[in-house]
Design a protein around this ligand. Structure first.
Ligand SMILES: Cc1ncc(COP(=O)(O)O)c(C=O)c1O
Length: 471
């Protein structure tokens, strides 16, 4: 262990130095994709301290509020978000000694909630199923809390001028310098509109009269693409890409800056982000896929060399359990396995491909329990060395053994497993599956002696949802 003679000095007045690492992100060229006659560059906003472009606006909004007095020492910063802005504010405002209170809709992922809490923010969960005007709508609730709490400051990224200003003063000039003053087009997404408005204003100033095209890449389902193309407000659909796309035009989004737009669906966004990681080693979030897909379409439509810039707005770390998880992708229908036309199409984790978590008959019950907890399942197939399914063990089997005497966790799995297996051949019918579920079991799919995998109620529900006729 390294001994130091004095305790490290902790500055009470100066915030931690990490705040100086916000912005000044690198720019890298895309070299492994077909970019037509163009050169495409990406600004790596995923390298900000909390992993997103929103650190910039968090710093800008807090400093502006400090300057104009709306945020005073001892004050509370309030925002309606579960996403990147919440993380940015939790870091910046927390580091400066303010209390941070985030109002979060209850559909948001546990990982994001854990992350903001770990940064020291307080969280108020509210309903996701209500819209603007309802007292429990997250933005209305945040605004109300800011009025009620003495010293409360509502950051309000959708209406705060310090949001676009952050991009006009930092992101834009950085790109301009990194591109050596030679830029033809910028491809952006719109969440609050801060990036679009800030970059658009900056580039109009340095290269006036639309010298630089501003291209919108919008998730299919968002209203913004149609608004740019036709000026009409259409009804919004739904999309799974996070952070961009809207069902309204945000107050600070100056859509007149946009010169052209592309609508990109979720499947193309996810596939592009995954390809970007494989081919270029760039680890972006789902909106990175939308932006890069839009940028590639733009580039391939050009007839002469253009220097194009887009962004990697946040890190792929936030999407490991979704877009970067093959099982989630398959379950949601974003990647397609060749169909067999039988029950094996319902098996989400295939044994042959090494995707099934199993346990051996001579392993201990403790091993079985730990594997269930680690992989968040409530039963495990018991399989021998040759891949034959010998039985199944579930949480009830474990409880029966250990509830009186927990030392039985040391007993072998074979002493607790069920060996009367509910096996079905792949050619069995959905009705046969329902019968198995009615008996409180999961189905084990066997082709003769070969174990193919399990089918649970969730697998059947996911399959039926995917095959639901489109409205
Ligand atoms: C995850 C994410 N958040 C936010 C933004 C941009 O948002 P805003 O319009 O709020 O500047 C982007 C832009 O691409 C994004 O990908």
């Amino acid at each position: 262990m390294i001994q130091t003679s004095a305790a490290p000095s902790i500055s009470q007045s100066k915030p931690p130095a990490i705040l100086s690492l916000i912005g000044d992100t690198p720019l890298v060229e895309v070299t492994q994709f077909d970019t037509g006659p163009c050169q495409l560059f990406l600004k790596l906003e995923n390298q900000n301290p909390t992993g997103s472009i929103k650190d910039r606006i968090a710093l800008s909004m807090i400093e502006a509020a400090e300057r104009d007095g709306s945020l005073q020492p001892g004050g509370t910063v309030i925002e309606a978000t579960a996403g990147n802005t919440g993380l940015g504010l939790a870091l910046v405002a927390g580091a400066k000694g303010y209390r941070v209170l985030l109002v979060i809709p209850d559909k948001m992922s546990q990982e994001k909630i854990s992350h903001v809490k770990a940064l020291g923010a307080e969280v108020r969960l509210t309903r996701s199923d209500v819209t603007r005007g309802h007292p429990e709508y997250y933005q209305d609730m945040a605004m109300r809390l800011a009025e009620e709490i003495p010293g409360g400051f509502y950051a309000n990224q959708f209406g705060n001028a310090a949001n676009p200003l952050a991009h006009e003063r930092t992101t834009g000039p950085e790109i301009w310098e990194q591109m050596r003053h030679d830029v033809d087009a910028v491809v952006v997404g719109v969440g609050s509109g801060g990036t679009l408005t800030g970059l658009g204003r900056f580039f109009n100033r340095v290269k006036p009269r639309r010298g630089i095209e501003m291209i919108l890449a919008d998730p299919a389902g968002s209203i913004l693409y149609e608004y740019v193309k036709t000026g009409k407000m259409v009804e919004s659909g739904s999309w799974a890409v996070e952070g961009i796309g809207e069902d309204f035009v945000p107050e600070i989004a100056d859509m007149s800056l946009v010169t052209d737009a592309f609508a990109i669906d979720d499947e193309e966004s996810f596939a592009t982000a995954r390809e970007l990681l494989k081919r270029e080693g760039i680890f972006g979030g789902s909106s990175t896929g939308t932006l890069v897909a839009g940028a590639l379409r733009y580039c391939r439509q050009q007839t002469k060399l253009k220097r194009v810039v887009s962004l990697v707005p946040d890190t792929g770390n936030k999407y490991l359990s979704k877009m970067y998880n093959d099982f989630w992708m398959a379950e949601q229908g974003y990647i397609h396995r060749p169909p067999h036309g039988d029950l094996s199409d319902l098996i989400s984790h295939r044994y042959e491909a090494g995707e099934v978590i199993t346990v051996g008959a001579d392993d201990t019950l403790l091993t079985a329990f730990k594997r269930m907890r680690d992989s968040d399942v409530s039963q495990l197939p018991v399989v021998d060395k040759n891949g034959r399914a010998l039985g199944i063990i579930d949480e009830s089997d474990l409880l029966v053994k250990v509830h009186r005497d927990p030392t039985h966790f040391n007993d072998a799995v074979k002493t607790a497993m069920t060996n009367k297996l509910e096996t079905l051949p792949p050619k069995a019918k959905i009705k046969d599956l329902l019968d198995v579920f009615d008996r409180g079991r999961v189905a084990i799919v066997m082709e003769d002696d070969k174990f193919l995998g399990l089918i649970t109620r969730t697998d059947l529900l996911s399959y039926l949802r995917l095959h639901m006729p489109k409205q």
